[in-house]
Design a protein around this ligand. Structure first.
Ligand code: SAM
Length: 245
């Protein structure tokens, strides 16, 4: 069961950067930072679920003032320990309700983290909270996978997303409730470790409605950070909603 730090407590935080090392590849990170920095312009950026600073630190190094909201003290401590990390203000709490000081030109929620909110009501609250933080004309950026329901045979609920010699990932779908549990199994130091985390998957059109409820409208939707078109075959989307000016 998760503690006060949610599903990203000390045990996960300790190995987070290593366990998602591919997400830290410079070309990958640069593409995100370019995208967010262009939207920030001369304004401030707010990262929801800032984690260990994968995006926030290089964004701050570009000269964009960055602040964060983060549930996990353990993840925030990893960010603070990195060069420049202590200069990034982080409000500890749930990003659907927690306030960070001041207003922002851009807020962003990457790496599927909107799905960590496991109810529709919490996802709507998140959009409302973001809108309250944005300047008029400010933008909210979300990066999230499309649910892989088309790959599930009728009656099947499990879908493997990673299989290697020492690591396995299996998504377990609960279609009636728009729920998903990602099961991660990995051999670490000769022992099998298991980590299972619940999500609520969410469709682009549903996110657009949440944005509308919060007083924002869709400005852009792409299939990746280099602005490839979003199509019926896209597995991920990068969506940008704009708060009314
Ligand atoms: C997959 S990690 C992503 C971290 C970072 N954004 C990145 O791209 O590397 C998700 C992060 O969101 C945080 N998180 C999850 N749910 C949250 C919530 N409701 N409120 C605040 N932070 C949350 C977790 O603690 C974790 O640090």
């Amino acid at each position: 069961m998760p503690g006060d730090d949610g599903y990203f407590g000390e045990q996960v935080a300790r190995r987070y950067d290593e366990s998602v090392a591919d997400m830290f590849e410079p070309a990958r990170v640069d593409a995100v930072v370019d995208f967010i920095a262009a939207l920030a312009g001369t304004g401030r950026a707010l990262e929801l679920g800032i984690g260990t600073g994968r995006i926030a630190l290089p964004l701050a190094q570009r000269g964009v003032p960055v602040a964060g909201i983060e549930l996990s003290q353990a993840m925030a401590a990893r960010l603070r320990a990195k060069p420049g990390g202590a200069d990034i203000p982080v409000a500890i709490g749930d990003f659907s309700t927690t306030t960070a000081g001041g207003s922002f030109a851009v807020a962003y929620l990457v790496f599927n983290t909107i799905m960590n909110l496991t109810t529709q009501a919490a996802q709507v609250e998140c959009f409302r909270n973001v809108a309250a933080h944005l300047e008029p004309g400010g933008c909210f950026v979300v990066e999230v996978h499309l649910p892989e329901l088309r790959l599930l045979p009728p009656g099947e609920t499990f879908r493997p997303f990673h299989v290697s010699d020492s690591k396995w990932g299996i998504d377990e779908y609960d279609v009636a409730n728009q729920g998903l549990v990602s099961h991660h199994l990995e051999i670490v130091g000769g022992r099998l470790e298991r980590f299972s985390i619940p999500f609520r998957y969410v469709w682009p059109a549903e996110l657009d409605l949440m944005a509308q409820i919060a007083g924002m409208r869709l400005r852009e939707r792409w299939s990746d950070w280099s602005r490839e078109p979003f199509t019926s075959d896209s597995g991920t989307h990068i969506s940008v909603w704009e708060k009314a000016a």
